[in-house]
Design a protein around this ligand. Structure first.
Ligand code: NI
Length: 201
């Protein structure tokens, strides 16, 4: 997998904001969220790990932590989810009230294999609040496009055990669905918690 490179490519449109995501808590908080005004997100209707329809509007009034990946991913996705949910747990411990306003979401880029049952097993490994989302290939293509997420089947055409190339990127979205910041899923749980604590109030 070449997910780091894909990640970099997928972020070219928002690269200008990247330098702001490393701010530490002592630095003056930027007046505006790093992703303010970025064209990211939008409405979706997908299916969760219990087979229930879930819409973006179901999270109105809640912050959302959203990551795109696939459950068969041999390396990057499980590690990213583990770090993200460790960071989220730190945030829950430090500020349970704010953490309760944040909904973590895992959206598959492999709807062909990621059935609700496959997602259920996967998300259960990381956090009880984590929601896994799948849909038709068209629904997934639409939501990925909205979030500027790249994905593509890799390997032999028609092979059953294919891999997916995909962006390794996490967005923090606001209670109104507008983008706030990138969350460093490749950083430490503490770095993840710092970003959450900075913006989720
Ligand atoms: Ni992956």
């Amino acid at each position: 997998m070449n997910e780091i490179a894909r990640f970099a490519i997928s972020l070219l449109p928002v690269a200008a904001f990247l330098s702001l995501t490393g701010c530490n808590r002592q630095a003056a908080a930027p007046a505006e969220p790093p992703l303010a005004g970025a064209t990211l997100g939008g409405p979706f209707a997908l299916t969760d790990q219990d087979g229930k329809t879930v819409k973006d509007s179901d999270f109105a009034g809640k912050y959302r932590l959203i990551y795109f990946g696939y459950t068969f991913c041999p390396d990057v996705c499980p590690v990213s989810m583990q770090r993200l949910m460790q960071g989220y747990r730190l945030f829950e411990k430090a500020n349970p009230e704010a953490a309760a306003k944040l909904q973590p979401l895992f959206v598959t880029v492999d709807p062909e294999r990621d059935t609700p049952a496959a997602l259920k097993q996967f998300v259960g490994n990381f956090h009880p609040k984590l929601i896994g989302l799948t849909g038709t290939p068209e629904q997934i293509a639409a939501v990925a496009k909205g979030y500027a997420v790249y994905y593509r089947k890799a390997g032999e055409p028609g092979a059953k055990d294919y891999l997916m190339d995909h962006s390794d990127v996490t967005y923090l979205m606001g209670p109104d669905g507008a983008p706030i910041a990138l969350v460093p899923q490749d950083g430490t749980p503490q770095a993840i918690e710092t970003v959450l604590a900075q913006w989720v109030k």
